[in-house]
Design a protein. Structure first.
Length: 145
């Protein structure tokens, strides 16, 4: 799901970097569209706020994230401008799961396995190079996915 979206919306650098690593299995992206939740419920977006010119800060959580515990990156939608209509003001991130502030907690099933997870974002600084399709344009990018 990530590869075609990156090809459609990515910068030249993103198009060179991500699809090749996905195809070679060198890196793994969570194979589903995520929206972080600030509270329990079905909210799509976390809060992300600008921090300087090169990074956004993401706070929130997402429950029922398949295979987050084995993923290198995730496709994340986060609200970056709460002052505009809900389908605007959302940014699509190719978020590095090893960034400081990202915590993955497994949700154990009755079988003892944990393919689902809770993912917490605590002041995660995401570099602008990990934005796909431009800041506040995540809804359009997400429709492609």
């Amino acid at each position: 799901m990530a590869g075609p979206t990156i090809i459609a919306w990515g910068t030249e650098e993103q198009k060179k970097r991500y699809p090749a690593k996905i195809l070679s299995c060198e890196e793994n992206l969570v194979s589903g569209l995520l929206g972080a939740q600030r509270r329990v419920g079905s909210r799509l977006a976390a809060n992300a706020r600008g921090q300087g010119r090169r990074a956004l800060v993401v706070n929130g959580q997402k429950v029922w994230t398949s295979f987050a515990h084995v993923s290198d990156y995730m496709m994340l939608l986060a609200r970056t401008d709460p002052s505009v209509p809900k389908h605007k003001g959302i940014t699509y991130f190719l978020l590095d799961m090893k960034l400081p502030g990202v915590t993955v907690k497994p949700l154990r099933q009755i079988t003892g396995e944990s393919e689902f997870n809770e993912v917490f974002f605590d002041n995660v600084r995401v570099h602008e190079s990990q934005v796909l399709g431009g800041v506040n344009n995540g809804w359009a990018v997400g429709l492609t996915t």
